[in-house]
Design a protein around this ligand. Structure first.
Ligand code: NI
Length: 398
Protein backbone atom coordinates (compact mmCIF):
# COMPACT_ATOMS: atom_id res chain seq x y z
CA UNK A 1 0.00 0.00 0.00
CA UNK A 2 1.25 3.47 -0.85
CA UNK A 3 1.00 5.86 2.04
CA UNK A 4 -0.09 9.35 1.08
CA UNK A 5 0.86 12.13 3.50
CA UNK A 6 -2.08 13.58 5.40
CA UNK A 7 -4.46 10.77 4.53
CA UNK A 8 -4.34 9.25 8.02
CA UNK A 9 -5.86 12.50 9.23
CA UNK A 10 -8.58 12.54 6.55
CA UNK A 11 -9.57 8.87 6.64
CA UNK A 12 -9.93 6.92 9.88
CA UNK A 13 -8.68 3.34 9.78
CA UNK A 14 -12.32 2.25 9.91
CA UNK A 15 -13.36 4.40 6.94
CA UNK A 16 -10.39 3.14 4.92
CA UNK A 17 -11.36 -0.45 5.68
CA UNK A 18 -14.99 0.17 4.75
CA UNK A 19 -14.13 1.86 1.45
CA UNK A 20 -11.67 -0.87 0.42
CA UNK A 21 -14.26 -3.53 1.31
CA UNK A 22 -16.96 -1.65 -0.64
CA UNK A 23 -14.74 -1.39 -3.71
CA UNK A 24 -13.86 -5.09 -3.57
CA UNK A 25 -17.49 -6.11 -3.23
CA UNK A 26 -18.57 -3.96 -6.19
CA UNK A 27 -15.65 -5.30 -8.21
CA UNK A 28 -16.59 -8.89 -7.37
CA UNK A 29 -20.21 -8.36 -8.50
CA UNK A 30 -20.01 -6.21 -11.65
CA UNK A 31 -23.22 -5.23 -13.46
CA UNK A 32 -23.77 -3.75 -16.92
CA UNK A 33 -25.43 -0.37 -17.62
CA UNK A 34 -28.97 0.01 -16.22
CA UNK A 35 -28.64 -3.43 -14.59
CA UNK A 36 -26.71 -2.14 -11.54
CA UNK A 37 -29.38 -3.25 -9.05
CA UNK A 38 -27.11 -5.06 -6.57
CA UNK A 39 -24.42 -2.37 -6.87
CA UNK A 40 -27.02 0.33 -6.26
CA UNK A 41 -28.44 -1.52 -3.23
CA UNK A 42 -24.95 -1.88 -1.74
CA UNK A 43 -24.21 1.83 -2.30
CA UNK A 44 -27.60 2.78 -0.83
CA UNK A 45 -26.82 0.80 2.35
CA UNK A 46 -23.39 2.41 2.65
CA UNK A 47 -24.70 5.97 2.18
CA UNK A 48 -27.70 5.51 4.47
CA UNK A 49 -25.15 4.78 7.23
CA UNK A 50 -24.37 8.50 7.20
CA UNK A 51 -27.79 9.08 8.75
CA UNK A 52 -30.69 11.43 7.99
CA UNK A 53 -28.97 14.38 9.68
CA UNK A 54 -26.33 14.32 6.96
CA UNK A 55 -28.31 13.58 3.87
CA UNK A 56 -31.36 12.63 1.83
CA UNK A 57 -31.07 9.67 -0.46
CA UNK A 58 -33.06 9.00 -3.65
CA UNK A 59 -33.00 6.70 -6.63
CA UNK A 60 -32.38 8.28 -10.03
CA UNK A 61 -32.13 7.14 -13.66
CA UNK A 62 -33.47 3.60 -12.99
CA UNK A 63 -30.43 2.11 -11.24
CA UNK A 64 -28.60 5.22 -10.01
CA UNK A 65 -28.66 7.09 -6.71
CA UNK A 66 -28.44 10.68 -5.64
CA UNK A 67 -27.48 11.72 -2.11
CA UNK A 68 -28.05 15.29 -0.98
CA UNK A 69 -25.52 16.27 1.69
CA UNK A 70 -26.40 19.21 3.88
CA UNK A 71 -24.15 22.20 3.55
CA UNK A 72 -23.36 24.73 6.26
CA UNK A 73 -25.72 27.18 4.53
CA UNK A 74 -28.58 25.27 2.85
CA UNK A 75 -29.60 28.40 0.89
CA UNK A 76 -26.21 28.57 -0.88
CA UNK A 77 -25.79 27.28 -4.47
CA UNK A 78 -25.58 23.51 -4.92
CA UNK A 79 -22.62 21.67 -6.49
CA UNK A 80 -22.44 17.98 -7.46
CA UNK A 81 -19.92 15.14 -7.46
CA UNK A 82 -20.49 12.30 -9.90
CA UNK A 83 -19.22 8.70 -9.77
CA UNK A 84 -20.24 6.18 -12.46
CA UNK A 85 -21.03 2.63 -11.37
CA UNK A 86 -21.40 0.28 -14.37
CA UNK A 87 -19.14 -2.53 -15.67
CA UNK A 88 -18.22 -3.94 -19.09
CA UNK A 89 -18.94 -7.19 -20.98
CA UNK A 90 -15.35 -8.47 -20.62
CA UNK A 91 -14.06 -11.70 -19.06
CA UNK A 92 -11.73 -10.68 -16.23
CA UNK A 93 -8.12 -11.88 -16.29
CA UNK A 94 -6.55 -9.89 -13.44
CA UNK A 95 -6.10 -12.79 -11.02
CA UNK A 96 -7.12 -10.42 -8.18
CA UNK A 97 -8.40 -12.07 -4.98
CA UNK A 98 -11.59 -10.02 -5.47
CA UNK A 99 -11.90 -10.70 -9.22
CA UNK A 100 -15.34 -10.75 -10.85
CA UNK A 101 -17.55 -13.70 -9.93
CA UNK A 102 -19.76 -13.02 -12.97
CA UNK A 103 -18.57 -14.74 -16.13
CA UNK A 104 -18.09 -12.28 -18.99
CA UNK A 105 -18.68 -9.13 -16.91
CA UNK A 106 -15.93 -7.06 -15.35
CA UNK A 107 -15.07 -3.66 -13.88
CA UNK A 108 -12.42 -3.11 -16.57
CA UNK A 109 -12.79 0.68 -16.52
CA UNK A 110 -12.45 1.31 -12.80
CA UNK A 111 -16.04 2.42 -12.17
CA UNK A 112 -15.92 0.25 -9.03
CA UNK A 113 -13.40 2.79 -7.74
CA UNK A 114 -15.41 5.78 -9.04
CA UNK A 115 -18.50 4.56 -7.15
CA UNK A 116 -16.42 4.05 -4.02
CA UNK A 117 -14.66 7.41 -4.12
CA UNK A 118 -18.04 9.13 -4.50
CA UNK A 119 -19.15 7.40 -1.28
CA UNK A 120 -15.82 8.39 0.29
CA UNK A 121 -16.38 12.01 -0.76
CA UNK A 122 -19.86 11.84 0.82
CA UNK A 123 -18.33 10.65 4.11
CA UNK A 124 -15.75 13.46 4.07
CA UNK A 125 -18.41 16.06 3.24
CA UNK A 126 -20.69 14.77 6.00
CA UNK A 127 -17.76 15.25 8.36
CA UNK A 128 -16.77 18.70 7.10
CA UNK A 129 -19.62 20.16 5.01
CA UNK A 130 -19.27 22.50 2.07
CA UNK A 131 -20.86 25.97 2.12
CA UNK A 132 -23.94 24.79 0.19
CA UNK A 133 -25.55 21.40 -0.29
CA UNK A 134 -23.60 18.85 -2.33
CA UNK A 135 -25.26 16.22 -4.50
CA UNK A 136 -23.43 12.91 -4.80
CA UNK A 137 -24.59 11.33 -8.07
CA UNK A 138 -23.98 7.61 -8.52
CA UNK A 139 -24.61 7.36 -12.23
CA UNK A 140 -25.50 4.16 -14.10
CA UNK A 141 -24.72 3.24 -17.70
CA UNK A 142 -21.69 5.39 -18.51
CA UNK A 143 -20.26 2.78 -20.86
CA UNK A 144 -23.32 2.87 -23.09
CA UNK A 145 -23.24 6.69 -23.08
CA UNK A 146 -26.84 6.88 -21.79
CA UNK A 147 -26.57 7.27 -18.04
CA UNK A 148 -25.67 10.96 -17.84
CA UNK A 149 -28.57 11.90 -20.11
CA UNK A 150 -30.94 9.84 -17.96
CA UNK A 151 -29.73 11.67 -14.84
CA UNK A 152 -30.17 15.05 -16.57
CA UNK A 153 -33.65 14.12 -17.81
CA UNK A 154 -34.71 13.25 -14.26
CA UNK A 155 -34.28 16.94 -13.36
CA UNK A 156 -32.28 16.14 -10.23
CA UNK A 157 -29.44 18.41 -11.39
CA UNK A 158 -31.66 21.35 -12.34
CA UNK A 159 -30.21 24.50 -10.81
CA UNK A 160 -26.89 22.86 -9.86
CA UNK A 161 -24.06 25.38 -10.24
CA UNK A 162 -21.18 23.01 -11.02
CA UNK A 163 -20.38 19.30 -11.26
CA UNK A 164 -17.12 17.41 -10.77
CA UNK A 165 -15.98 13.90 -11.60
CA UNK A 166 -12.95 11.93 -12.59
CA UNK A 167 -11.53 8.75 -14.06
CA UNK A 168 -8.83 6.40 -12.80
CA UNK A 169 -5.84 6.24 -15.12
CA UNK A 170 -2.91 3.83 -14.89
CA UNK A 171 -0.72 6.05 -17.04
CA UNK A 172 -0.33 8.04 -13.83
CA UNK A 173 0.80 6.74 -10.44
CA UNK A 174 -1.33 7.03 -7.34
CA UNK A 175 -1.08 10.57 -5.99
CA UNK A 176 -0.80 12.17 -9.45
CA UNK A 177 -3.83 14.05 -10.80
CA UNK A 178 -4.58 15.70 -14.15
CA UNK A 179 -6.77 18.82 -13.96
CA UNK A 180 -6.08 20.47 -17.32
CA UNK A 181 -8.05 23.04 -19.28
CA UNK A 182 -9.31 21.98 -22.71
CA UNK A 183 -10.36 18.58 -24.06
CA UNK A 184 -10.03 15.70 -21.57
CA UNK A 185 -12.06 13.14 -23.53
CA UNK A 186 -13.32 12.82 -27.09
CA UNK A 187 -16.69 12.83 -28.82
CA UNK A 188 -17.62 9.18 -29.36
CA UNK A 189 -20.02 8.46 -32.24
CA UNK A 190 -20.97 5.02 -33.54
CA UNK A 191 -21.43 4.09 -37.19
CA UNK A 192 -22.73 1.01 -38.97
CA UNK A 193 -22.67 0.15 -42.66
CA UNK A 194 -24.71 -2.59 -44.35
CA UNK A 195 -23.52 -3.51 -47.85
CA UNK A 196 -25.98 -5.47 -50.05
CA UNK A 197 -25.36 -7.32 -53.29
CA UNK A 198 -28.17 -9.82 -53.90
CA UNK A 199 -26.53 -13.14 -52.93
CA UNK A 200 -25.37 -15.99 -55.17
CA UNK A 201 -23.70 -19.40 -55.35
CA UNK A 202 -20.01 -19.12 -54.39
CA UNK A 203 -19.08 -20.84 -57.66
CA UNK A 204 -20.90 -18.21 -59.76
CA UNK A 205 -19.78 -14.80 -58.34
CA UNK A 206 -20.72 -13.00 -61.56
CA UNK A 207 -24.41 -13.61 -60.82
CA UNK A 208 -24.34 -11.15 -57.87
CA UNK A 209 -22.20 -8.46 -56.27
CA UNK A 210 -20.04 -9.75 -53.41
CA UNK A 211 -20.51 -7.70 -50.19
CA UNK A 212 -17.53 -9.43 -48.50
CA UNK A 213 -15.10 -8.10 -51.10
CA UNK A 214 -16.71 -4.65 -50.81
CA UNK A 215 -16.51 -4.82 -47.02
CA UNK A 216 -12.80 -5.66 -47.19
CA UNK A 217 -12.19 -2.66 -49.43
CA UNK A 218 -14.26 -0.41 -47.17
CA UNK A 219 -12.37 -1.41 -44.00
CA UNK A 220 -9.12 -0.32 -45.70
CA UNK A 221 -10.65 2.82 -47.22
CA UNK A 222 -11.85 3.98 -43.79
CA UNK A 223 -8.24 3.96 -42.56
CA UNK A 224 -7.46 6.77 -45.01
CA UNK A 225 -9.76 9.26 -43.24
CA UNK A 226 -7.36 9.91 -40.37
CA UNK A 227 -4.23 9.20 -42.43
CA UNK A 228 -5.11 11.31 -45.52
CA UNK A 229 -7.98 13.67 -44.79
CA UNK A 230 -6.88 15.22 -41.49
CA UNK A 231 -3.96 17.45 -40.72
CA UNK A 232 -1.24 15.32 -39.04
CA UNK A 233 -1.61 17.27 -35.79
CA UNK A 234 -5.35 16.64 -35.41
CA UNK A 235 -6.24 13.89 -32.93
CA UNK A 236 -8.94 11.53 -34.27
CA UNK A 237 -9.75 7.83 -34.48
CA UNK A 238 -11.77 5.70 -36.89
CA UNK A 239 -11.93 2.11 -35.63
CA UNK A 240 -13.93 -0.72 -37.16
CA UNK A 241 -14.95 -2.85 -34.18
CA UNK A 242 -17.16 -5.54 -35.73
CA UNK A 243 -17.57 -7.19 -39.15
CA UNK A 244 -20.27 -9.74 -39.85
CA UNK A 245 -21.00 -11.60 -43.08
CA UNK A 246 -21.84 -14.99 -44.45
CA UNK A 247 -23.32 -18.30 -43.40
CA UNK A 248 -21.42 -20.95 -45.39
CA UNK A 249 -18.18 -21.39 -47.36
CA UNK A 250 -20.04 -21.98 -50.62
CA UNK A 251 -22.43 -19.02 -50.42
CA UNK A 252 -21.94 -15.39 -51.43
CA UNK A 253 -24.11 -13.66 -48.81
CA UNK A 254 -26.68 -11.03 -49.61
CA UNK A 255 -25.22 -8.59 -47.08
CA UNK A 256 -22.18 -7.74 -44.98
CA UNK A 257 -22.19 -5.40 -41.98
CA UNK A 258 -19.55 -3.47 -40.14
CA UNK A 259 -19.75 -1.22 -37.10
CA UNK A 260 -17.22 1.15 -35.62
CA UNK A 261 -16.50 4.21 -33.55
CA UNK A 262 -15.45 7.77 -34.42
CA UNK A 263 -13.44 9.89 -31.98
CA UNK A 264 -12.61 13.59 -32.23
CA UNK A 265 -12.01 16.40 -29.76
CA UNK A 266 -13.38 19.29 -31.82
CA UNK A 267 -16.62 19.93 -33.67
CA UNK A 268 -15.24 20.33 -37.20
CA UNK A 269 -13.21 17.12 -37.07
CA UNK A 270 -16.21 15.28 -35.68
CA UNK A 271 -18.37 16.46 -38.59
CA UNK A 272 -15.68 15.55 -41.12
CA UNK A 273 -15.34 11.99 -39.78
CA UNK A 274 -19.10 11.47 -40.03
CA UNK A 275 -19.27 12.83 -43.58
CA UNK A 276 -16.25 10.82 -44.76
CA UNK A 277 -17.59 7.52 -43.42
CA UNK A 278 -20.80 8.10 -45.36
CA UNK A 279 -18.99 9.21 -48.53
CA UNK A 280 -16.53 6.31 -48.53
CA UNK A 281 -19.21 3.73 -47.75
CA UNK A 282 -21.39 4.93 -50.61
CA UNK A 283 -18.49 5.31 -53.05
CA UNK A 284 -16.94 1.93 -52.18
CA UNK A 285 -20.34 0.27 -52.47
CA UNK A 286 -20.83 1.83 -55.91
CA UNK A 287 -17.36 0.71 -57.02
CA UNK A 288 -18.32 -2.88 -56.14
CA UNK A 289 -21.89 -2.74 -57.55
CA UNK A 290 -23.31 -2.86 -54.01
CA UNK A 291 -25.68 -0.63 -52.08
CA UNK A 292 -24.70 0.92 -48.77
CA UNK A 293 -26.95 1.73 -45.86
CA UNK A 294 -25.08 3.97 -43.42
CA UNK A 295 -26.30 4.74 -39.89
CA UNK A 296 -24.72 7.14 -37.44
CA UNK A 297 -25.55 7.22 -33.76
CA UNK A 298 -24.32 10.35 -32.04
CA UNK A 299 -22.63 9.72 -28.69
CA UNK A 300 -21.42 12.21 -26.10
CA UNK A 301 -19.62 15.37 -27.22
CA UNK A 302 -16.01 15.94 -26.11
CA UNK A 303 -15.34 16.69 -22.44
CA UNK A 304 -13.92 20.22 -22.45
CA UNK A 305 -12.71 21.65 -19.14
CA UNK A 306 -13.15 25.42 -18.74
CA UNK A 307 -10.65 27.62 -16.87
CA UNK A 308 -12.58 28.60 -13.72
CA UNK A 309 -13.72 25.12 -12.56
CA UNK A 310 -10.23 23.81 -13.44
CA UNK A 311 -8.73 26.44 -11.13
CA UNK A 312 -11.01 25.23 -8.27
CA UNK A 313 -10.00 21.61 -8.86
CA UNK A 314 -6.30 22.48 -9.05
CA UNK A 315 -6.53 24.31 -5.74
CA UNK A 316 -8.15 21.24 -4.23
CA UNK A 317 -5.43 18.93 -5.58
CA UNK A 318 -2.73 21.20 -4.18
CA UNK A 319 -4.48 21.37 -0.80
CA UNK A 320 -4.91 17.60 -0.57
CA UNK A 321 -1.75 16.28 -2.25
CA UNK A 322 0.64 19.21 -2.73
CA UNK A 323 1.48 21.11 -5.92
CA UNK A 324 3.72 18.30 -7.21
CA UNK A 325 0.67 16.08 -7.68
CA UNK A 326 -0.63 18.00 -10.69
CA UNK A 327 0.45 16.45 -13.98
CA UNK A 328 -0.23 17.49 -17.58
CA UNK A 329 -2.44 15.09 -19.57
CA UNK A 330 0.24 14.78 -22.24
CA UNK A 331 -1.00 12.98 -25.36
CA UNK A 332 -4.69 13.69 -26.01
CA UNK A 333 -7.21 11.18 -24.67
CA UNK A 334 -9.56 9.87 -27.37
CA UNK A 335 -11.66 7.88 -24.95
CA UNK A 336 -15.32 8.93 -24.71
CA UNK A 337 -16.94 9.97 -21.44
CA UNK A 338 -20.61 10.79 -20.97
CA UNK A 339 -19.70 13.35 -18.28
CA UNK A 340 -19.54 15.62 -21.34
CA UNK A 341 -23.36 15.88 -21.28
CA UNK A 342 -23.22 17.50 -17.83
CA UNK A 343 -20.69 20.08 -19.02
CA UNK A 344 -23.05 21.02 -21.87
CA UNK A 345 -25.52 22.10 -19.17
CA UNK A 346 -23.44 23.44 -16.26
CA UNK A 347 -19.95 24.41 -15.17
CA UNK A 348 -17.59 21.68 -14.01
CA UNK A 349 -14.33 19.86 -14.37
CA UNK A 350 -13.30 16.29 -15.16
CA UNK A 351 -10.10 14.90 -13.65
CA UNK A 352 -7.82 11.98 -14.39
CA UNK A 353 -6.73 10.32 -11.17
CA UNK A 354 -3.52 8.27 -11.10
CA UNK A 355 -4.21 4.61 -10.34
CA UNK A 356 -0.93 2.77 -10.97
CA UNK A 357 0.91 1.37 -7.97
CA UNK A 358 4.61 2.34 -7.90
CA UNK A 359 6.53 0.05 -10.24
CA UNK A 360 3.29 -1.24 -11.83
CA UNK A 361 2.49 -1.46 -15.53
CA UNK A 362 0.35 1.14 -17.34
CA UNK A 363 -2.41 -1.40 -18.18
CA UNK A 364 -5.03 0.26 -20.43
CA UNK A 365 -8.65 0.60 -19.37
CA UNK A 366 -11.02 -1.94 -21.02
CA UNK A 367 -8.23 -4.55 -20.91
CA UNK A 368 -9.21 -7.82 -19.13
CA UNK A 369 -6.13 -7.20 -16.94
CA UNK A 370 -7.11 -3.66 -15.87
CA UNK A 371 -7.40 -2.76 -12.19
CA UNK A 372 -6.88 0.40 -10.17
CA UNK A 373 -4.72 0.52 -7.02
CA UNK A 374 -6.69 0.83 -3.74
CA UNK A 375 -5.15 4.19 -2.85
CA UNK A 376 -6.75 5.83 -5.89
CA UNK A 377 -10.03 5.53 -3.92
CA UNK A 378 -8.71 7.88 -1.23
CA UNK A 379 -7.17 10.31 -3.71
CA UNK A 380 -10.42 10.52 -5.68
CA UNK A 381 -12.57 10.90 -2.54
CA UNK A 382 -10.38 13.55 -0.94
CA UNK A 383 -9.81 15.58 -4.11
CA UNK A 384 -13.48 15.54 -5.14
CA UNK A 385 -14.70 16.45 -1.63
CA UNK A 386 -12.24 19.34 -1.42
CA UNK A 387 -13.09 20.48 -4.98
CA UNK A 388 -16.77 20.52 -4.00
CA UNK A 389 -15.96 22.66 -0.93
CA UNK A 390 -13.84 25.15 -2.90
CA UNK A 391 -16.36 25.35 -5.75
CA UNK A 392 -19.26 25.74 -3.34
CA UNK A 393 -17.54 28.67 -1.62
CA UNK A 394 -16.56 30.23 -4.96
CA UNK A 395 -20.04 30.12 -6.50
CA UNK A 396 -21.52 31.39 -3.23
CA UNK A 397 -19.25 34.45 -3.33
CA UNK A 398 -19.66 35.15 -7.04
NI1 NI B 1 -14.71 4.51 -17.73
Amino acid sequence: MVSLPGFDRLFSADLRRRLVALRQEIHRHPELGFEERETSRRLYDELSGLGPAALELDRVARTGLVARLRGADPGAPVVAVRGDIDALPIQEATGLPYASERPGVMHACGHDVHATWAVGAACLLADRPARGNVLIVLQPAEETGRGAQAVLESGVLDGVAAIFGGHVDRRFTVGQVVADEGPLAAAADTFSVVLRGGGAHAARPHEAADPIVGLGALVLALQTIVARRLSPGTPAVVTVGTVHAGTAANVIPDSATLTGTLRAIDHDTRALLQAEVRRLAEATAAAHRLTAQVSLELGPPPVVNRPEPVAWARRAVEAVLGAGALQPLGAPNLGGEDFAWYLERMAGCFLRIGAREPGGEPIPAHSPRFWAADESIFVGAAVLAETARIASEAVYRS
